[in-house]
Design a protein around this ligand. Structure first.
Ligand SMILES: Nc1ncnc2c1ncn2[C@@H]1O[C@H](COP(=O)(O)OP(=O)(O)OP(=O)(O)O)[C@@H](O)[C@H]1O
Length: 375
């Protein structure tokens, strides 16, 4: 199973740059996800690997074989790349049975009749649909169609599997089931996979590594836990999971702990930080809702940060409660297992529970909303 190397990838449509120096290497057998909001360039990157788009500059190599190298004017056509692709729409031929849909890619590759039958059976068996080979696409559920599309991509033993939002047409429940199934299948087959999605949950649960993209740039590449726990920018923190943001000014940093005076509250919070910042610098503090603890105002608590606040809203969301707390002019979101808190409360968190970013770069409510809608 091959390694995929993408170097210095640029893509322009007319005067508009949609990919700006994209670089990444996908390891053998890895499940690698391109994650980002709509229009950030995920599909264009995938299509450049597939050979459906040609980059304006850059190179792509799979298993040491150059597919594209603009400097050398080298371009291998799609049909010679031996990559398996599944799109959001599945793109099954409606007038052909499941079996006939799978015959097509093999016929193009001039596979013998006997081998065709074996391969089709194997591919359909892999996705658990061998018994439906005589049905037409309209006689299948959305989930089954998606599996046929996957079988069609696997039938010619591609070196790499390219998946562009393959689950987004399924309803929420089926999507979750298909996600678990897809992950098991990928691990079983050990096939190097590039996956495109704007769904952060999907990316976190499926991927060995995630590349987060914004506006044609790759902002961070890392394992799911790394992306979630240590987002490189406030925008990544906002896009992957929920986050509270507070702007403020740095007062001092001592022993790896930054003291930040928050705007609109006058409160000082302590945040672990390795950033090279000077007192007076504008900063942004980010805290995940589940990293915050609420206690009754009367509780005797100690911790790096104990802030007096009050409950604005509380809602039960199944197995936990979501609180909205008032902190100056901010509303702080907290996720808590406790549902009986009201009125004046205390908000508690350690310096390690929060993240610090240089600048007052809180993703705007509009952008966050867009991101939420997108995910
Ligand atoms: N053929 C094209 N001509 C002009 N602009 C294009 C073309 N294809 C894509 N774009 C633009 O390039 C940008 C990146 O598109 P791309 O489809 O790669 O984004 P994406 O991250 O996959 O988004 P989505 O999740 O909505 O599919 C978008 O602004 C899009 O409008």
């Amino acid at each position: 199973m091959p390694e995929v190397q993408v170097s210095g990838l640029h893509k322009k449509f007319g005067d508009v740059t949609v990919l700006n120096d994209i670089n990444f290497t996908i390891r053998e057998g890895e499940f690698f996800t391109l994650l980002g909001p709509s229009g950030c360039g995920k599909s264009t990157t995938l299509n450049c690997i597939a050979g459906l788009e040609s980059p304006t500059a850059g190179s792509i190599t799979v298993d040491g074989v150059p597919f594209v190298d603009t400097a050398k004017k080298l371009y291998v056509p799609t049909e010679e790349r031996n990559l398996g692709m599944v799109f959001q729409s599945y793109a099954l031929w409606p007038h052909m049975t499941v079996e006939a849909n799978l015959v097509m890619p093999l016929a193009i590759r001039k596979v013998s009749k006997e081998e065709k039958a074996v391969r089709i059976h194997e591919a359909l068996d892999t996705v658990g649909l061998a018994h439906l080979k005589d049905r037409y696409p309209h006689q299948l559920s959305g989930g089954q169609q998606q599996r046929v599309a996957l079988a069609r991509a696997l039938v010619y033993s591609p070196s790499v599997l390219l998946l562009d939002e393959p689950l987004s047409n399924l309803d929420a429940k089926l999507r979750e089931q298909s996600r678990a199934w897809l992950k098991r299948l990928q691990v079983e087959l050990g096939i190097t996979t590039v996956y495109v999605t704007h769904d952060q949950d999907e990316a976190l649960s499926l991927s060995d590594r995630i590349a987060v993209m914004f506006e044609g740039n790759m902002t961070q590449i890392g394992a799911p836990a790394e992306i979630y726990e240590r987002p490189a920018t406030a925008a990544v923190a906002a896009f992957v999971g929920s986050c509270n943001f507070f702007t403020g000014r740095l007062e001092e940093t001592r022993g790896g702990i930054a003291r930040v005076r928050l705007d609109n509250t006058g409160l000082v919070v302590k945040v672990a930080s390795t950033l090279a910042l000077s007192p007076g610098d504008a900063v942004t503090v980010a805290v995940r809702p589940e990293r915050l603890t609420i206690t009754p105002a009367s509780a005797d608590v100690t911790g790096a940060n104990v802030l007096d606040t009050s409950v604005l809203t509380r809602s039960y969301v199944g197995s936990r409660y979501e609180y909205g707390l008032k902190l100056g002019t901010n509303v702080v979101q907290v996720i808590s297992p406790t549902g009986n808190l009201d009125g004046d409360v205390r908000l508690v968190f350690d310096a390690d529970d929060a993240l610090l970013y240089a600048g007052s770069n809180v993703p705007s409510a509009e952008a966050q909303e867009l991101m939420t809608v997108a995910s």
